[in-house]
Design a protein around this ligand. Structure first.
Ligand code: SF4
Length: 353
C-alpha cells in the first residue's frame, strides 16, 4: 500500500514534466505564526497571531480538497498548536493517496508533549513522516542565532528521542535543518563535528542545508541582509557535499540535486530552473490565504472566501496571471526546500545531469 502511494506521488510528479496538472499534489501550510524562538534570521516570532484557521475550518479544507500526496506543515512552531495531531489526521483521513507529511520543530516546546504528539501522528499510518530539527550552529552559535540559551541541548535531546522512536516506527525520518546565513558562515562542518560528539551515529547525511531567505509574506524579514559571502558559501557547500556518502533512493537523489544548485542560487540570486508553483504546489498561510509559493507575496485568494474550496481559487484570473509570469521566468528566485523538490522532479533532466 505504501509503495502504491509512493508510485502515485512519483507518477504525478513525472506528469508535471509534460503537462499542466489539474490540481496540486503538494500543500505547504503554515498552521500558526506563533513561535517562542527569537531568531536573528526571521521575524515570525514577533507576530502575535489572532484569527488563525481553527480545526473545523482546516478539516473543511481537507475534506473539500482531498487530493494531496504531500503535506508540508510549517509555522511558526507547529507543535505550539495543541490540535496538530487532529490537523494531520484531517489530511490523512481525506487525502487517500497521502504519502508524506513533513514538519519542522525548534525543539523549544515541552519535549514529552512533542514526543507524544509525534508518536500520535506516526500511529495515523502515513507512510512517511519526516521531522526537521532546526539547528543553525554548534552550541554557543545556535543559541546565539536562535536567541534562546540551551536551545542546542534541547535539539540534541529531541534527536535522541526521535532516534529511539525510530526503532518502533519505520515511517519516522528526521534530519537536522541547517539554515546558512551570514551569522554562521563557515561553521557547518564544525557544527556537524560537535553534534557527532553528542550523537556518534550522526553523519553529514543527517543534515539538510538551506540558505536564509527574506520574504514579506512569510518570514516578514525583507529588511534583513542574511546572505553569506558567495565564494565562502560555495567552498563550504563543496566540503559538505564531499562529506556526504552516496545514498540510494529518490529523496537522496533529489536532495543532492538541490544542494548542487544551491551555490548557483547564492551567486546569482536566481532559481536554477522554472518553478512549479501553482501547478504542483501552493503555500497557504495560517489565515487561509493562498500564495504561489512561500516566498512570493502575491495572494491569489482566501479559502475563507470560497467556502474552503481551493478549486475556486486555483482557476481564478489572478492565478492565471501568476502562471503567465512563471512561464515568462518572472517568478522571484527562491531556492528553498519547500519549493525546490517539486521543481526538480518537474524538471526531470535536472536529476540526471
Ligand atoms: S525561523 Fe522558525 S523558529 Fe525561528 S523565529 Fe522563524 S518560525 Fe520561529
Amino acid at each position: 500500500m505504501d509503495s502504491v502511494k509512493l508510485a502515485g506521488l512519483g507518477l504525478t510528479a513525472l506528469r508535471s514534466n509534460f503537462a499542466r496538472l489539474d490540481r496540486p499534489y503538494k500543500l505547504t501550510f503554515s498552521i500558526t505564526y506563533s513561535c517562542q524562538s527569537r531568531c536573528l534570521t526571521c521575524n515570525i516570532w514577533q507576530i502575535k497571531p489572532t484569527g488563525e484557521l481553527d480545526l473545523r475550518e482546516i478539516t473543511a479544507f481537507a475534506q473539500k480538497n482531498n487530493y494531496f500526496k504531500w503535506v508540508e506543515i510549517t509555522g511558526g512552531e507547529p507543535f505550539l498548536r495543541s490540535d496538530i495531531v487532529d490537523i494531520v489526521k484531517a489530511f490523512k483521513d481525506n487525502s487517500k493517496d497521502l504519502y508524506i507529511v513533513t514538519m519542522p520543530t525548534n525543539s523549544l516546546c515541552n519535549p514529552d508533549m512533542v514526543a507524544g504528539r509525534i508518536e500520535s501522528i506516526l500511529q495515523l499510518g502515513i507512510p512517511k513522516v519526516s521531522i526537521t530539527l532546526s539547528l543553525d550552529g554548534y552550541r554557543e552559535l545556535h543559541d546565539k542565532i536562535r536567541g534562546i540559551p540551551g536551545n542546542f541541548d534541547r535539539v540534541m535531546g529531541m534527536a535522541k528521542r526521535l532516534k529511539e522512536m525510530q526503532s518502533r516506527y519505520r515511517n519516522l525520518f528526521f534530519v537536522f535543518g541547517y539554515t546558512m546565513s551570514k551569522y554562521n558562515e563557515g561553521k557547518l562542518m564544525e557544527t556537524i563535528a560537535q553534534v557527532q560528539k553528542e550523537l556518534p551515529w550522526v553523519t553529514a547525511n543527517n543534515f539538510h542545508v538551506n540558505v536564509g531567505q527574506t520574504s514579506d509574506t512569510y518570514y516578514k524579514n525583507s529588511d534583513m541582509q542574511l546572505r553569506p559571502d558567495a565564494a565562502g558559501f560555495v567552498g563550504e557547500l563543496d566540503q559538505f557535499l564531499k562529506a556526504r556518502r552516496p545514498e540510494i533512493g529518490a529523496i537522496p537523489i533529489v536532495e543532492n540535486a538541490f544542494l548542487k544548485r544551491l551555490g548557483y542560487y547564492i551567486k546569482t540570486g536566481n532559481s536554477p530552473m522554472r518553478g512549479r508553483s501553482l501547478d504542483a504546489s501552493l503555500f497557504m498561510d495560517s489565515y487561509g490565504n493562498v500564495f504561489p509559493s512561500i516566498m512570493w507575496n502575491r495572494k491569489i485568494g482566501s479559502i475563507r472566501e470560497t467556502d474552503y474550496d481551493l478549486s475556486k481559487i486555483w482557476h481564478n484570473s489572478e492565478a492565471e496571471e501568476v502562471r503567465k509570469l512563471i512561464a515568462q521566468g518572472k517568478e522571484p528566485g527562491a531556492w528553498t526546500a519547500c519549493e525546490a523538490y517539486q521543481t526538480l522532479v518537474g524538471n526531470i533532466w535536472s536529476l540526471i545531469v
